[in-house]
Design a protein around this ligand. Structure first.
Ligand code: ADP
Ligand code: MG
Length: 612
């Protein structure tokens, strides 16, 4: 028997849908592509309209150069681009896009309506596309520029549509993308409307004005300009004054040739520059633009990837660090700045001299350069070994905790007796509990975090925490992205005892706070305002963690935020309550984030240590 051949070419529409999956993963990716196309078209006014977090409609209207009738049709073909013609163009690319994939992808997974007109044309063109096919085309009257509306994203790929998150979550991704584009182009007017409501209205202005418009008024007098120019690269932008540093990574942006990137490496450079000026566990705000010759970049990475490869990463690191140090020093943010180190980096050839090939090789072989990079490397090794140490410190006791984990809920009533009356607090951070077999060392903050986490989990599960009405409701104004986020969390916040209502654009009123959480009701709405802001910071910190639901993130953030901190003196009664609450928890031995709440020390092992 002869078996038939089995390989077939995929039909175009399926091939397109598969390819589209790479470029358009969610509404926010389409928003990014459309905004970037508008920027590339030279527009100075760009409007974004979304309905249903982009699931129903994403529309971008620009006043850029528009398209001819033929170009408008061509634009939706795969690998159709006006931005590169030969492979060499790749190395001088100045536009945001160049792969010619975005519009083709969008046309494969949404119903698209395009209107476009060039300055020089009498009439514009209207095109309607579905399943990558043009189903309607006609001349229309239109202003110069382009409007692309994409409706019912993934209408023909239900599996993908079902994979989308809640509207609130998708909207937040859109806000993130919008902000990244709007930040890079302060000379362009941007507006953003969601379900008919204005989310952003960003007038043309300076970089500083744009940042304040986006990040909030509290940055007005808190931005330090960064500006260094050399032949090799330019850095400009702003860093927040040290006092604006937050407890969690929040407003940190790098752009390379106006493209938003994520770089742990360059982030490290900025953190190093801030060095002693901010607390070890806090994060400075920065928004830094690095412009360099595109040939020094590997731009040919995946379109949705935010990583970037530099030809010489170490030099960029040195620039970033020295530029930020210099900026902070110039504005004499702190008298304790390490001028010696600063001066040595400043005098790096790479920083002071025009950049040539020759200079480049001499710079990288100079001893200063080596000291610098070595220092940097040792830092990495240092932090790695710290991590190892940290792990081994916890690994062992956790093993022995397996036993206590099983026993724990029964601890108080049965076999192991805890002495909860004469507890001792050490360093205002640990509580020592004698047991029959030895002693426990409880970490008060971790323990409290566990207790609160379980209490909050019960609250959102249907046993709401009572609210204590505030005598003096406080209002709270947030940056737009934070307001979008908080709106998303309000229903759960109600369950948790927060009576919190939206009150006009980006403002909320706190009318009541949880009654039975210490630090809640008693302190009233004003300090809760602070607490909610911090909770949002914390929440954003968890946000990149996709494996958690928004509710889980909220519970963890609140528990972390509201726990009694290490360093707080506790009364005998407070210690007793804390310890008893801990061992009444479902899982008393670690926080929701996996940190141990207590360590067990066994008497017989202690005896052995003493040679007994
Ligand atoms: P790329 O941006 O990588 O070239 P796209 O699929 O995003 O690929 O767009 C294809 C082409 O369509 C672009 O190269 C450009 O010529 C044209 N185009 C897309 N959007 C616009 C717009 N808003 N205004 C004018 N031309 C546009
Ligand atoms: Mg594009």
């Amino acid at each position: 028997m002869i078996l038939p051949d089995i390989i077939q070419l995929l039909p175009d529409n399926i091939a397109n849908q598969i390819a589209a999956g790479e470029v358009i993963q969610r509404p926010a990716s389409a928003v990014k592509e459309l905004l970037e196309n508008a920027v590339d078209a030279g527009a100075n006014e760009i409007r974004l309209i979304v309905n249903d977090a982009g699931k129903a409609l994403i529309q971008v209207i620009d006043n850029g150069k528009g398209m001819s009738e033929t170009d408008a049709r061509m634009a939706f073909e795969r690998h159709a681009t006006s931005k590169i013609k030969s492979i060499d163009d790749l190395f001088t690319i100045k536009t945001m896009g160049f792969r010619g994939e975005a519009l083709a992808s969008i046309a494969a997974v949404a119903q698209v309506e395009l209107k476009s007109k060039r300055e020089e044309d009498e009439t514009g063109v209207f095109i309607e596309i579905e399943n990558s096919q043009v189903i309607k085309q006609e001349p229309i009257a239109a202003p110069t520029g382009t409007s692309i509306a994409m409706k019912n994203l993934f209408f023909n790929v239900p599996a993908r549509r079902n994979f989308l998150k809640s509207n609130a979550a998708e909207l937040r991704h859109i806000v993130d993308e919008f902000i990244r584009v709007a930040m890079s182009f302060p000379e362009i007017f941007f507006s953003f409307t969601s379900n008919g409501q204005q989310v952003f209205y960003l007038e043309k202005g300076s970089m500083k004005q744009r940042l304040v418009q986006i990040l909030g008024n509290n940055y007005v007098s808190k931005l330090v300009p960064v500006q260094e120019q050399t032949d090799y690269l330019n850095i400009y932008g702003f860093v927040g004054k040290p006092e604006t540093a937050k407890k969690t990574r929040g407003d940190q942006y790098f752009f390379v040739n106006n493209r938003f990137i994520k770089s742990a490496y360059l982030n490290h450079a900025v953190m190093n520059a801030f060095d002693e000026m901010i607390a070890k566990d806090s994060f400075p705000m920065y928004c830094l633009f690095i412009d360099l010759d595109p040939s020094q970049l590997d731009i040919n990475v995946h379109p949705t990837k935010q990583e970037i490869k530099f030809e010489d990463e170490k030099i960029v690191y040195a620039f970033v660090q020295s530029a930020v140090k210099h900026a902070l020093a110039q504005f004499s943010i702190t008298p304790t700045l390490d001028f010696e180190l600063d001066a040595s980096i400043q005098s790096l050839d790479a920083v002071t001299k025009p950049f040539t090939e020759e200079k480049k090789s001499s710079a990288s072989s100079s001893s200063l350069y080596n000291t610098f990079t070595k220092k940097h490397q040792s830092h990495f090794i240092e932090s790695k070994s710290e991590l190892k140490h940290w792990k081994s410190f916890y690994d062992k006791p956790q093993e022995s905790n397996i036993e206590t984990q099983i026993d724990a809920p029964a601890l108080l009533n049965t076999n192991i007796k805890l002495q909860t009356d004469n507890l001792v607090q050490l360093h205002n951070s640990f509580i020592l509990i004698q047991t029959e077999k030895g002693y426990y060392l409880v970490h008060q903050q971790n323990a409290h975090e566990r207790i609160l986490y379980e209490r909050f989990a019960m609250a959102v599960d249907g046993k709401p925490i009572a609210t204590q009405q505030s005598l003096f409701p406080a209002t709270m104004e947030l940056a737009t992205a934070d307001a979008v986020l908080l709106n998303e969390l309000i229903p759960d916040m109600h369950q948790l005892g927060y009576q919190l209502e939206p009150f006009g654009s980006n403002t909320f009123v706190i009318q009541g706070t949880p009654a039975d959480i210490s630090g809640g009701g008693s302190q009233g709405a004003v300090s809760e305002k602070n607490a909610i802001e911090k909770m949002l910071e914390q929440y954003k910190h968890f946000s990149s963690d996709l494996k958690f639901s928004k509710r889980e993130k909220l519970l963890r953030s609140l528990a972390l935020q509201q726990s009694v901190k290490a360093g707080t003196a506790l009364s005998a009664k407070e210690m007793k309550v804390l310890v008893e609450d801990l061992f009444n928890c479902q899982i008393p031995n670690s926080t929701a984030n996996g940190k141990p709440t207590y360590l067990e020390f066994k008497k017989d092992e202690l005896d052995k240590l003493f040679g007994r």
